[in-house]
Ligand binder design. Structure first.
Ligand SMILES: NC(=O)c1ccc[n+]([C@@H]2O[C@H](COP(=O)([O-])OP(=O)(O)OC[C@H]3O[C@@H](n4cnc5c(N)ncnc54)[C@H](OP(=O)(O)O)[C@@H]3O)[C@@H](O)[C@H]2O)c1
Length: 325
């Protein structure tokens, strides 16, 4: 089988296609013929050596995929050969085949969804859901400000926020990309590269500010969000695509009674098993309703994984980019 391999850390050009033997599923595992793998910003960071998870070299990047079960290991009873599934492992998905422990299979591919959509669902959906529901406790009627709303986790947060009955204001870096975010249900969008979003948010909320901020961008965007938040607002810290985390001033947090809430959608499940159980219960239901159905702006063949990563770095993707095998 062909696999995209990272043998040394660096920019996306370090990736190479390598022929490898098809793995065999061990006890409690299945072998999936991967048909598509979703790109995530953490893939770029992992290949560069700048992510919190540091796999041993050489490794196959990619943390989410969809495909067809082709073989089953001893003791697997819930899945059968031929099932179409969405699965994730950390890492190993940028390949034609991978084995997954049963616990790494997220769900069946929803009826009517392409493999590309399935491969683009899980990471963004978990991040948006864990952030807005478990951590942020977003309520119907509240106002939600989503930054980086043109990206994978940002667009999922817009879609879920709308579904939960929030009023969603979204920011992003291009008017063209933000038009798609409005199509996904955002009530208002602001281009933060041309406009200071704080006065616009204040005007849209009658001077009050927003109840919840979802921030995958960091840098000055989170810093300014302190001013865009309502008294008692919740700031959800998701990531730092801007390249820098934010040093927030504790006096500002005190004065506005803000809650600054860290979000680690994957890691949290290791400490609280009810979190993955909730994903397993809710996601088939939400997907059947079309909630968080991915918008896939780019589909590239496996051998163009480096180009797909550059598209993310160059901010060309809207929603998700996917590799197809
Ligand atoms: N906490 C968690 O559990 C968790 C889980 C998954 C991902 N994450 C984090 O969430 C963030 C987003 O991940 P993603 O996979 O959704 O990424 P993505 O699809 O690339 O989206 C990120 C968005 O950030 C914006 N952005 C602003 N400044 C940027 C810059 N200098 N370079 C690139 N993009 C920039 C871009 O929108 P504009 O061009 O419109 O500004 C882009 O659409 C990452 O930091 C990732 O590590 C966190």
């Amino acid at each position: 089988m062909r696999a995209m391999v990272c043998e040394e850390l660096g920019d996306p050009s370090v990736l190479k296609i390598v022929e490898q033997p098809v793995p065999r599923p061990g006890p409690g595992e299945v072998l999936v013929r991967i048909r598509a793998a979703g790109l995530n910003f953490p893939d770029v960071l992992t290949v560069a050596g700048g992510y919190q998870h540091k796999p041993e070299l050489p490794f196959v990047p990619g943390i989410e995929a969809s495909g067809e079960i082709e073989a089953i290991g001893d003791g697997v009873t819930d899945w059968k050969i031929g099932d179409h599934v969405i699965a994730g492992k950390r890492p190993g998905c940028f390949a034609e085949y991978a084995t997954f422990a049963v616990s790494q299979i997220g769900m069946r591919l929803p009826v009517g969804w392409s493999f590309a959509e399935g491969a683009a669902f899980q990471v963004a959906a978990r991040t948006a859901y864990h952030a807005l529901v478990h951590r942020g406790q977003l309520k119907k009627g509240e106002t939600l400000l989503v930054h980086g709303a043109t990206g994978g986790v940002g667009l999922a947060a817009v879609q879920l926020g709308v579904h939960l009955g929030a009023r969603v204001i979204a920011t992003g870096g291009s008017d063209e990309k933000l038009a798609i975010v409005r199509d996904q249900g955002a009530e208002a969008t602001i281009n933060y590269t041309t406009t200071d979003f704080v006065p616009v948010v204040k005007e849209l909320t009658g001077g009050r500010g927003v109840d919840v901020v979802f921030d995958p961008v960091g840098g000055d965007i989170l810093e300014k969000s302190v001013r865009a938040a309502a008294f008692g607002g919740r700031l959800l810290v998701i990531g730092f695509t801007s390249g820098s985390p934010t040093a927030l001033r504790s006096n500002h947090i005190l004065i506005k009674c803000l809650s600054v809430i860290g979000v680690r959608a994957g890691e949290a499940g290791k400490y609280d098993k009810s979190i993955p159980e909730d994903y397993a219960r809710q996601f088939p239901r939400l997907a059947a309703l079309g909630v968080m159905r991915p918008h896939v702006s780019h589909r590239l063949p496996l051998e163009r994984a480096a180009d797909a990563m550059r598209l993310l770095l160059d901010r060309k993707v809207v929603g998700k980019a996917v590799l197809e095998m």
